[in-house]
Design a protein around this ligand. Structure first.
Ligand SMILES: [Zn+2]
Length: 218
């Protein structure tokens, strides 16, 4: 049996970081939606080719294509694989679809891990991000400051705030999350397989809590 653990949490909660860290310490496979898309496109799978045509037309990849891609991924995974889904499902309809895809792909959704961080902490985390427009290096005013304020350590360029991290955009991203993704927490809570993690501490502490939660699920 292949097992799926769904990672949930607001933008800035650190689920991608935690999923990657715990995947490498437990031998699980970290599947972020973006990486899954890029991989299917570059390998030219049937779903990847469909996705490519939508992306080239500048559109979003529809759910049906995403579902096909998840189906391909599950079919390809060897028996016994543990998969961490990060970025999918994003809403209750996708969560329901995932249960069906798992059943037909020889897998089961073992449960979900939700990373909880207060809204104030999320705003501080997201709002403090800075990036170098020249070399792509990432910084954070509180947790990973450059040596000289506003200047890239690596190449000396002036750091900027990404469009995604502007205050109005952050508020919008959190709103979208509350509306669409927060109900997914309820979906897994109802099935009794939800583990909530206090994700307000340092990344290493969060990874340790997540690892325990994952081990209890799979
Ligand atoms: Zn730079």
């Amino acid at each position: 049996m292949k097992k799926i653990v769904v990672f949930l949490g607001a933008p800035g909660a650190g689920k991608g970081t935690a999923a990657a860290a715990v995947a490498s310490s437990t031998g699980a496979r970290h599947v972020s939606t973006g990486a899954m898309l890029r991989d299917a496109v570059s390998r030219g799978t049937p779903a990847g080719l469909e996705a490519k045509s939508y992306m080239e037309a500048g559109g979003l990849v529809p759910d049906e294509v995403l579902y096909k891609m998840v189906g391909e991924l599950l079919a390809d995974a060897p028996d016994g694989t543990i998969l961490f889904f990060d970025g999918f499902p994003r809403n209750v309809a996708q969560a329901e679809a995932l249960s069906g895809l798992a059943a037909s792909g020889g897998a089961e959704v073992a449960g979900a891990v939700c990373l909880d961080v207060s809204k104030d902490a999320l705003l501080a985390r997201l709002g403090g991000r800075r990036v170098c427009p020249t070399c792509g290096a990432g910084y954070h005013v509180a947790t990973l400051p450059p040596k000289k304020e506003g200047v890239c350590d690596k190449c000396g360029a002036a750091l900027v705030v990404r469009a995604d991290d502007q205050p109005a955009t952050i508020a919008h991203r959190l709103e979208v999350y509350e509306k669409a993704t927060a109900p997914v927490i309820g979906f897994y809570e109802t099935s009794g397989a939800l583990r909530r993690i206090d994700a307000s501490g340092p990344a290493a502490d969060v990874a340790a809590l997540v690892e325990n939660a994952v081990k209890a699920l799979v």
